[in-house]
Ligand binder design. Structure first.
Ligand SMILES: NC(=O)c1ccc[n+]([C@@H]2O[C@H](COP(=O)([O-])OP(=O)(O)OC[C@H]3O[C@@H](n4cnc5c(N)ncnc54)[C@H](O)[C@@H]3O)[C@@H](O)[C@H]2O)c1
Length: 246
């Protein structure tokens, strides 16, 4: 299916960056948030923020003309209907299953029949979200990492109901966005798909080390960076993810 217009729901830490990346890749992007202040902040992050379009020009990632063209493709709106009237929607509202289910039910009612609905959930079963719609074959997870303009993660989560065509389309869009798509299976047995299951196992062990008085959080971070060449230690990653590394 040809994707030209992408909707993004939620203009927070993730949504603004996701919208920026999609616009940079050449898609028309419509971002909706229930909070007008979040729309303003999301637009600022995408344009003048630490990883925004202007900084992309400064860092030599894109030309001024490319950044201006991407900015012109970005619309931040208080109209849910406008964000739903697109070819593919990426939902990035807070990590609450009841909220995501409600948002997908509303999206299903408002979006055209062909629209693919993706969730950037960090780990909820996509089958539970897809079941809120009458189009589970067009629903999958598309899990991004923060900051979205920098990180290559595209964990595409397919349920038993997700069609091959949906998976292929999202994979193609993610690749055009400069990401490294990897398709994984959905499960209702554990939160976190692959990346976050492994990450949280590591965080749990790091916290155990601190609780046992073996090392401080800062020392654990330093050891893990020095041992594995990670850009940040486990505790630094938790802080960075919450703030968008701003
Ligand atoms: N922060 C990260 O590092 C990270 C990484 C990967 C995935 N995620 C996932 O992305 C999603 C969003 O996380 P975030 O960190 O951007 O959260 P956030 O709180 O920064 O942003 C969420 C935004 O959604 C808006 N919102 C709330 N209800 C809404 C609704 N009904 N319709 C439209 N907008 C609504 C809020 O006003 C807010 O601006 C979560 O599912 C989270 O688990 C986060």
């Amino acid at each position: 299916m040809s994707i030209e217009k992408i909707g993004v729901l939620g203009a927070g830490v993730m949504g603004g960056g996701i919208a920026q990346v999609c616009a940079t890749a050449g898609y028309e992007v419509v971002v909706y948030d229930i909070d007008p202040a979040a729309l303003t902040a999301g637009h600022e992050h995408a344009t003048t923020g630490r990883f925004g379009l202007d900084s992309g020009v400064e860092r030599g990632k894109l030309t001024r003309e490319e950044a201006d063209a991407a900015a012109a493709r970005l619309v931040f709106t208080e109209s849910f209907a406008d964000a739903a009237a697109t070819d593919l929607v990426v939902e990035a509202v807070p990590e609450r299953l009841d909220l995501k289910i409600r948002v997908f039910r509303d999206l299903d009612a408002a979006a055209p029949e062909h629209t693919i609905l993706c969730s950037n959930s960090s780990g909820f079963p996509i089958q539970a979200i897809g079941a809120a719609t009458n189009r589970p074959e067009l629903v999958c997870g598309w899990h991004w990492a923060s900051p979205a303009p920098v990180m290559k993660l595209a964990e595409i989560v397919r349920t038993r109901a997700t069609s091959d065509a949906t998976v292929e389309t999202v994979r193609e869009v993610a690749a055009r966005c400069g990401k490294h798509p990897v398709v994984v299976q959905d499960t209702a047995m554990a939160w976190g798909y692959v990346a976050n299951r492994v990450y949280f196992a590591m965080i749990a062990e790091a916290q155990k080390v601190v609780n046992e008085g073996i090392a401080t959080a800062d020392e654990v971070d330093q050891l893990m960076m020095d041992c594995y060449r990670w850009p940040s230690g486990p505790f630094g990653m938790v802080k960075g993810a919450g703030s968008g590394w701003s």
